[in-house]
Design a protein around this ligand. Structure first.
Ligand SMILES: Cc1cc2nc3c(=O)[nH]c(=O)nc-3n(C[C@H](O)[C@H](O)[C@H](O)COP(=O)(O)OP(=O)(O)OC[C@H]3O[C@@H](n4cnc5c(N)ncnc54)[C@H](O)[C@@H]3O)c2cc1C
Length: 316
């Protein structure tokens, strides 16, 4: 252990025995053996090579807005990706994985570029957003990472590689990075010339709309993925019209229809404001959240024969 600690210090700021609840929006999680913050891309690559070469377990963490950590913590190393450079060239922004998504939105507007307004108000870092192909839809606008990204630089099995957007295999809250042990290092976004005033107004409208809908209590955002319309086995006239044009059924609506708003186990509860938010109403454990998840999945299945799939990354 002492030797690992010494080695880790070569790559970044290391802390032993760190409570992961402090690094998760959910405020849930026991201690990690080590947490290391890496601010330089080349050091992140060297660290990944060292850990994989030594067979030491590690987990990548961005902003911690989409993870549910285990109550007994993590044996091994949690790597907090904190490279934070942002390079602009004409209408292309190359952004490191550790930059906050909100900072990318701000910088794009400052440089009079349009196309990322939809991402206003989404917490977390760019690496996590690329991995999950983050997205949001409103009546007046919407988008996903895949709409403007042109390439991604990432670490895979000892090598830093650049993938084209096509090679990233983006789908609804999905990408190739979710199915491999790839680590996203940076991404290039090609944006359109825009009007900074209009973009800013749009982001303000989005943030106001999001505030009205989501709970201010700790959560990991939408817990379940929305469901493709093709999975709906009942009469479509029972669905709100917006689901028909979006071709997806909001998971939160299914949860609400199944009568689960306010459903609670220990400190974990289905938000009263949003059926797809499981909130930490105070002292929640991973076990509490998973008990709520089980009940929701069971009830939605019994009511609609639909299997909900988790969007949040549950770490066991
Ligand atoms: C209040 C709230 C609202 C939200 N609203 C939205 C929304 O509207 N739309 C939406 O899409 N999401 C939303 N989310 C979810 C979340 O913000 C996004 O999924 C975000 O992009 C996750 O980024 P992160 O850096 O926090 O990832 P983390 O939570 O740190 O990590 C998530 C997963 O990605 C992996 N990961 C992180 N960084 C990297 C990397 N560099 N390389 C490889 N793997 C990595 C982690 O290992 C983990 O498995 C919301 C969350 C909250 C709490």
């Amino acid at each position: 252990m002492d030797n690992v600690y010494k080695q880790l210090k070569l790559y970044g700021k290391v802390k032993p025995n760190v409570l992961l609840s402090k690094f998760s929006n959910f405020n849930i999680g026991g201690p990690a053996d080590f947490l290391i913050e890496v601010t330089e891309t080349e050091k992140a690559i060297a660290l990944l090579n060292y850990l994989s070469g030594e067979g030491i377990e590690y987990l990548i963490l961005g902003g911690g807005s989409n993870v549910l950590f285990p109550d007994d913590g993590i044996r091994g190393v949690v790597i907090r990706i904190k490279n934070e450079e942002l390079r602009m060239k004409n209408n292309v922004i190359e952004v490191d994985a550790g930059v906050q998504l909100s900072e990318l939105v701000r910088a794009s507007i400052e440089h009079k570029l349009a196309g990322l307004e939809w991402a206003a108000g989404i917490p977390g870092a760019v690496g996590g957003a690329i991995r999950g192909n983050a997205g949001a839809h409103y009546v007046f606008t919407g988008g996903e990472i895949k709409d403007s990204i042109t390439s991604v630089r990432m670490w895979r099995d000892g090598e830093a590689l650049e993938l084209t957007a096509l090679e990233c295999e983006f789908g609804y809250r999905d990408s190739i990075f979710k199915h491999k042990t790839d680590v996203v290092l940076s991404g290039k976004f090609a944006l359109a010339p825009g009007d900074a005033k209009k973009s800013l107004e749009m982001t303000q409208k989005i943030i106001a709309e999001r505030k009205g809908k989501q709970s201010s209590q700790p959560s990991a955002g939408s817990f379940f993925k929305n469901v493709p319309l093709t999975k709906w086995k009942q009469d479509q006239s029972r669905l709100p019209a917006r689901f028909l044009s979006y071709k997806k059924i909001a998971a939160g609506w299914l949860v609400e229809q199944a009568g689960l708003k306010g459903f609670r186990v220990g400190g974990a509860m289905i938000s009263e404001e949003h059926g797809n938010f499981i909130i930490n109403a105070g002292g929640a454990t991973q076990a509490d959240v998973l008990a709520v998840v089980d009940e929701v999945k069971q009830r939605v299945y019994t009511t609609y024969e639909i299997e909900l799939e988790e969007e949040v990354q549950i770490i066991h």
